[in-house]
Design a protein around this ligand. Structure first.
Ligand code: COI
Length: 367
């Protein structure tokens, strides 16, 4: 299916000079391109509905009724993926079908309408077709695409919305943490990110909103991110505020990540790393890792590296884990990134940016 998209060009696009200034220091999620995609849905969640006209329109504020249910009950989902410009000028994105599938899993959990995956991917192509000049090409840079869907019905009763809007916006970005050096993270013991039967596996705003207060605690303790555990399973490590986590068991040539229990986000980067680790001849395990195993593993040098991963963060070495009353040192050594972490990062980024062979056909050409 190729839906036809209407295009209303931005009458005041950013000048080349303004873009150059942004590209000099893109940061993460601070600047947005000239256009956005918008498609409205009307219907009933139980019996179905229809997606309306697909539009590419100037980027700008939305006009929403103050009674729109997203503003009250948080009926909302989102995705994150990136577009990369290769050396020959072509533009590609990474495993967008995985994001489209996850978007629909999130939609089902949040009682929002599913979007045909072809329309999800076509929306990205259409945005890139008008805003390709917004893709930065420096080290660690890309154009971050943020598809999302919100409940727009003017209604305060608590039931699934009968009107929704799907949108895609895009942002030129650099390194999420501003640096590829290890970041210290804070263990949240007061707060949980998710619970069994909850929305942990869905990419919905509420999961992130609930983590903000723990993020403040992290920052107050000199850390860049917070990590959550499952207190019902011996403080099994779950994930960071917005990223999955991996443990490298160097002497065993093994990599371990928390298994998908329904409370953890099924990361596309996570899944890709599992494959790249297998390709390196590593043993791969998806299982519960408790806080005690982390502590003991670092002390005994069986765990030699720990890293976070996600589309936004790519692969980020973790330094210290700090918590109330104790600390676990950087498994790779003070100030060290970790050899395996960086080798997997280089391979992944190499595939994404066209410098390494894409042997699994993970890339989709946008232009
Ligand atoms: C991503 O990695 O794309 C995320 O969504 C994480 C965060 C920026 C919310």
């Amino acid at each position: 299916m190729t839906a036809s998209f209407s295009l209303e060009r931005n009458p005041n696009p950013a000048s080349e000079e303004a873009r150059a200034e942004i590209f000099a220091n893109p940061g993460f999620g601070d600047f947005f391109s000239d256009h956005m995609v918008s498609i409205e849905w009307n219907g009933d969640y139980r019996t179905g509905g229809e997606w309306g006209e697909a539009k590419v329109i100037p980027y700008g504020p939305l006009s929403l009724d103050p009674a729109s249910s997203v503003l009250h009950y948080g009926q909302e989902i989102f995705e994150g993926l990136k577009a990369y410009r290769h050396a020959d000028g072509s533009v590609w994105t990474f495993r967008p079908e995985k994001n489209a599938e996850r978007f629909n899993r999130s939609a089902r959990r949040m009682a929002l309408p599913e979007l045909p995956p072809e329309l999800f991917i076509e929306s990205i192509k259409q945005l890139i077709a008008v805003d390709a000049q917004w893709i930065p090409t420096g080290e660690g840079e890309a154009f971050y695409l943020r598809p999302f869907q919100i409940a727009t019905e003017k209604f305060l009763g608590v039931r699934p919305t009968r009107q929704a809007r799907f949108m895609v916006i895009g942002s030129p970005v650099g390194n999420y943490f501003g640096t590829p050096s290890p970041v210290d993270i804070w263990l949240s013991t007061n707060y949980s990110r998710a619970a069994e039967g909850g929305t942990g596996f869905a990419k919905c705003g509420g999961n992130y909103a609930g983590g903000m207060v723990a993020q403040i605690e992290a920052e107050n303790n000199g850390c860049k991110q917070v990590i959550f555990t499952d207190k019902n399973h011996g403080h099994a490590i779950e994930e960071l505020g917005g990223m999955n986590v991996f443990f490298v068991f160097g002497p065993e040539n093994k990599i371990v990540t928390p298994e998908l229990t329904g409370t953890i986000l099924e990361g596309v980067t996570r899944d890709s790393i599992l494959q790249l680790a297998r390709d390196r001849g590593m043993t791969v395990e998806e299982r519960r890792v408790t806080l005690d195993e982390w502590k003991d593993g670092v002390a005994s040098r069986s765990i030699t590296e720990v890293f976070a991963c996600g589309t936004a963060a790519v692969i980020q070495p973790i330094g210290k884990l700090k918590a109330k009353g104790f600390e676990i040192p950087n498994a790779a050594g003070e100030g060290t990134n970790g050899e395996i972490t960086m080798a997997i990062r280089e391979e992944l980024v190499g595939i994404q940016t066209g410098l390494r062979e894409d042997k699994y056909g993970w890339l989709t050409q946008l232009i």
